[in-house]
Ligand binder design. Structure first.
Ligand code: EPU
Length: 366
């Protein structure tokens, strides 16, 4: 049964009425036509035909009943890894659940659970403050906790899957809550099972992390090795110092989405075979590349794009950041088409110059 008033309808589900009476959390605030410009860090102009906020994990059942009325559903977290089309003809569910809990400690580990709508950076800082160390290298990554496993976020020598315990996800199709362990999530570099799955099927509810009590700093990344505070601290380095150093390094080279629209790295660092690497290295002795465990090489896409002269270039309202060529920016008023045109031009140029295919990292929606 629906009550509709001035574009806003409060949806009550008859079968859930007893629950609704006992929990105001099941009341869904469902909006027809929602501007999403401020809900994506690229700041692209975008509108959703239908929009609903998920503010409590208990709402998931009601949400999937609502979603049954739509052909397409998109689940939005912090909007930091998406390229949204101007018109989204679907139901957008924005996850805004909150809460962090220490579930326990087993075999010398802290097991910490965060609700999907928690801001990732705030969660990392809270963990460091509590002495639940291990996530500090992932400080200042934009987005929410729920989005973090989807792209298996990583930075400064740590990837989420190294600290992952499990997650709870609501299956919107089969209408059941599933607990997924690392092996179910198919994590790899900036990738997971969720990126391959049908869009809108899995609503990540909460993520659990396994943080070793016997903490050891990860300082392998060159920027951290060079950092004066970490160098001076030597073996006495603390997680807070690593956290602060990561924040400082990121702030020095990555634009703040609140100031300049961006979605972090726009391309993945491409992985090439040993023979392709050797051929490129011969032609470009300064090539930046990292040997992978299987003998292949991961190339620094930022270096390739920079060498090709794209740093700081503009195409209409879209551009390449001046300090980090891997980041595309919205100078104001750009839409998904402007970003796609720039991304395609860069991809074509890198393929022609280096014979390397770049793969876009943020998800295209609509
Ligand atoms: N480089 C250039 N020019 C540039 C950018 C980079 O020459 O314009 C060179 C750097 O000098 C360095 C190398 O490329 O030698 C790698 O650069 P950087 O250390 O900045 O890291 P990245 O490979 O560009 C990756 C992640 C970042 C993450 C950093 C630190 C990907 C796609 N990106 O960037 O992740 O913060 O390493 O670990 O893997 C993100 O995913 O949104 C993101 C920012």
């Amino acid at each position: 049964m629906f009550f509709q008033q001035a574009g806003v309808c409060l949806c009550f589900f008859a079968g859930l009425l007893p629950d609704i009476l006992s929990s105001v959390g099941l009341l869904l605030l469902h909006v027809i036509e929602q501007d999403l410009t401020s809900f994506n860090t690229l700041g692209l102009r975008s509108r959703a035909r239908s929009f609903v906020r998920c503010v409590s994990a208990e709402q998931v059942q009601a949400l999937s009943a609502l979603a049954d009325g739509y052909r397409h559903v998109f689940i939005l977290g912090g909007g930091s890894n998406v390229v949204l089309a101007p018109e989204l003809d679907c139901l957008v569910i924005k996850v805004e659940t909150a809460g962090v809990e220490l579930l326990g400690d087993t075999n010398g580990e802290w097991i910490v659970e965060a609700q999907a709508g928690e801001r990732w950076h705030d969660f990392v800082e809270r963990c460091v403050e509590q002495g639940w160390n291990g996530l500090e290298n992932l400080a200042l990554i934009p987005g929410t906790v729920g989005a973090a496993p989807v792209q298996n976020i990583g930075a400064y020598g740590v990837e989420l899957d190294q600290r992952f315990h499990s997650l709870l996800a609501w299956d919107m199709r089969d209408k059941r809550l599933a607990e997924l362990r690392a092996e179910d999530c198919g994590f790899s570099y900036r990738n997971s099972f969720f990126k391959q799955a049908e869009q809108g099927r899995w609503l990540i509810v909460a993520v659990r992390f396994r943080l070793p009590k016997a903490w050891r700093p990860v300082l392998s990344y060159p920027d951290l090795q060079r950092h004066p505070v970490l160098q001076a601290a030597g073996s006495g380095v603390t997680a807070r110092q690593v956290f602060d150093a990561v924040c400082q390094i990121r702030q020095s080279k990555l634009p703040d989405p609140a100031v300049l629209g961006n979605a972090g790295s726009f391309f993945k660092n491409p992985v090439v075979s040993l023979s392709a690497y050797e051929a490129l290295k011969k032609e470009h002795p300064d090539l930046v590349a990292y040997l992978q465990p299987d003998g292949s090489y991961k190339l620094a896409a930022g270096w390739l794009i920079d060498q090709a002269g794209w740093k700081g270039r503009r195409m209409g309202a879209a551009g390449v950041h001046e300090r980090q060529a891997l980041v595309l920016v919205n100078d104001g008023g750009a839409n998904a088409g402007d970003i796609a045109a720039l991304a395609d031009a860069i991809k074509d140029d890198i393929a022609a110059r280096f014979g390397v295919e770049l793969e876009q990292e943020p998800v295209r929606v609509g």
